[in-house]
Design a protein around this ligand. Structure first.
Ligand code: PCA
Length: 201
């Protein structure tokens, strides 16, 4: 078995992105499955170019995309990705789309094909605050999740895919008065999400 796990580069003036920092320290194997770790650009164009190729070439059994949701207090497992790009904040190459589809002519939305509730349960059992999220927003993370699920659908692959948002890490909020988690807990959360995705259908 093969798992593609992705995090993002920093954006929005942050020096790090906890999704990638945590992912770097994951083991090379989880439950006997090999992890392929990749850092994605925070650009609408980049994720739509990089992810389809990665998925079609690597043919992973499971795709766990992760990103930072600054301001959320807990780890959130996304239920759905929508075919919308809408952002007042420009991405890392200055693009701020309004009311545009991720892919013209694609369905309005895709549900995560990861075991969303089982991941939330497993995270809580591991002592990590977690919940289901019913929106991944309309920024690059949603576009990445939509791109992965659309690629898999169009290619007729069996790959299961979804998205996990993580809070700011402690080091990012020293002067912000915003909720945060330790990088170690975020690392453990991603590992639990991968493990549960491999074990539960
Ligand atoms: N979070 C952003 C994009 C990159 C990231 O880590 C988002 O939630 O859309």
């Amino acid at each position: 078995m093969k798992v593609l796990v992705t995090g993002f580069e920093p954006f929005g003036g942050e020096r790090i992105n906890p999704s990638w920092e945590a992912l770097k320290d994951l083991p090379e194997e989880v439950e006997g499955a090999r992890l392929i770790k990749r850092r994605l650009p925070v650009t609408f164009r980049g994720v739509r170019r990089v992810l389809p190729r990665l998925i079609v070439e690597e043919k992973p059994d499971v795709v766990v995309l992760t990103g930072q949701a600054g301001g959320r207090p807990n780890v959130t497992v996304e239920r759905v990705a929508i075919n919308v790009m809408d952002s007042r904040t420009p991405d890392n190459e200055g693009f701020a789309p309004e009311d545009e589809p991720v892919f013209e002519g694609a369905p309005a939305a895709y549900f995560s094909t990861l075991p969303v509730k089982a991941i939330v349960d497993a995270l809580r059992k591991a002592g990590i605050p977690a919940g289901v999220s019913n929106t991944a927003g309309t920024y690059v993370c949603n576009a990445a999740m939509f791109t992965a699920l659309h690629t898999i659908a169009v290619a007729g692959m069996e790959t299961r895919a979804g998205f996990v948002h993580v809070p700011f890490s402690h080091g990012q909020v020293l002067e912000k008065a915003k909720p945060s988690m330790s990088l170690e807990t975020i690392r453990k959360a991603i590992e639990v999400a991968v493990r549960t995705s491999l074990m539960v259908r």
